[in-house]
Design a protein around this ligand. Structure first.
Ligand SMILES: Cc1ncc(COP(=O)(O)O)c(C=O)c1O
Length: 386
């Protein structure tokens, strides 16, 4: 096979994701897995039944339309109007994808030329770095720092160069739980307009905001025509395995993203698309109860982690809590997370893997609270033994 590495140089160093490593460790040690962000309870039974009914009635069992079934595209457009006050044409301005993950990949592959620079909030969700690399583009991190993880807007301005093509946002932000404020969004939008930048905004945690509210950047002046908004059913409806996501954007942007998307999966999740169309039309009470339940769990885990000696950064949104392990006499989150299952039977994720600036993330560790109350209570008891 010669000496040339099999993995191409764009993906070199991006071996197994940390989630695979830590989830395997959780299984091998019988630990409570507060690493990967998936709920241990499925979403609404009515939505699950709608998926089963669709399979049995032969709806979506064969290739659905490339852009997504019309019922779901209409439901997505209605959802954007109902919660965000944004009007999109279901036929030309909505695209259904295989989770937000495919939407991110398709958007970056469609919109970037090799050498383009992408400014992204660091720590980044791991697929961002890989997809920017696959597009041959260059990631330029805007580092969010403890304790409040607010973006430094002057620094952001200084990172823009003639090669900057787009800003990649994520709010509510995984893993820090930071939610961009209206003032921050306005400043970012003004910068995008001034430098004629595109914006991709990953809003998969849009319904998980505990303080303040989620504001879509696409609603700001000059932003509709330059923003690709991405969301997904996985987090909002607790069906992360269904992988139904979507893009809303202007017709030219959707056409570009669709061009890349059609050669990735082409289509996916036929019957689940019918069920997600129903889910998006659930009454407000569903969304309110979901958030209230997770708020209780956030506080349970945050209080437990504090009592166990961690420095806790209570998140404004998402279902993750970032902590600092320094008060426990620890320095390195990666070593700490590798040892944690054996020490007390809990799995967490070291934030350092989400940073280019690994020093900024070194003492930080992320726990998820999208688990049942008794599981979280047991985890807190175990962590208390540290
Ligand atoms: C910020 C962020 N974006 C995207 C995703 C993936 O979403 P999906 O499962 O819909 O592909 C996740 C999942 O953890 C995430 O945290």
């Amino acid at each position: 096979m010669g000496t040339r590495p099999l993995l191409n140089r764009r993906l070199a160093g991006m071996g197994t994701t940390i989630f695979a490593e830590m989830s395997a460790l959780a299984t091998a040690t019988g630990s409570i897995n507060l690493g990967q962000g998936f709920p241990d309870t499925d979403g609404p039974a009515s939505v699950a039944r709608a998926a089963a009914d669709a399979v049995l009635a032969g709806r979506g069992n064969q290739y659905p339309p490339g852009p997504g079934i019309p019922e779901l595209r209409t439901a997505i457009a209605e959802h954007q109007q109902r919660f965000r006050g944004l009007a999109y044409d279901p036929d030309t301005e909505v695209l259904v994808t295989a989770g937000a993950t495919e939407a991110i990949a398709a958007a970056l592959l469609a919109l970037l030329e090799p050498g383009d620079e992408v400014i992204a909030l660091e720590p980044f969700y791991d697929s961002y770095a890989a997809c920017i690399a696959m597009a041959g583009a260059v990631r330029v991190p805007l580092t969010l720092r403890a304790p409040d993880f607010r973006p430094d807007l002057d620094r952001l301005r200084s990172l823009v160069t003639p090669r900057t093509r787009l800003l990649l946002l994520n709010s509510p932000h995984n893993p820090t739980g930071m939610v961009l404020s209206p003032g921050e969004l306005a400043a970012i939008a003004a910068l995008a307009v001034e430098h004629d930048l595109l914006v991709i905004t990953d809003e998969v945690y849009e319904h998980l905001v505990f303080s303040g509210a989620h504001h879509p950047i696409a609603a700001l002046p000059g932003m509709r025509e330059r923003t690709v908004s991405i969301s997904s059913a996985g987090k909002t409806f607790s069906f992360t395995g269904w992988k139904v996501g979507w893009v809303t954007a202007s017709a030219p942007l959707v056409a570009a993203v669709r061009t890349a998307k059609q050669y990735l999966t082409y289509v996916s999740a036929g019957p689940f698309q019918y069920a997600v169309a129903d889910a998006l039309r659930l009454p407000d009470a569903y969304f309110d109860d979901f958030r209230a339940d997770l708020l209780r769990k956030r506080d349970l885990l945050a209080d437990g982690l504090s009592a166990a000696g961690f420095r806790v950064f209570r998140p404004e949104g998402t279902y993750f809590i970032t902590t600092d392990i320094t008060p426990l006499g620890e320095k390195d989150g990666i070593e700490f997370c590798r040892a944690l299952p054996a020490r007390c039977g809990v799995v967490a994720i070291p934030n350092a893997v989400f940073y280019d600036d690994t020093e900024a993330g070194r003492p930080l560790v992320r726990f998820t609270f999208c688990k049942q109350v008794d599981v979280l209570e047991e985890a807190v008891t175990r962590l208390g033994r540290l």
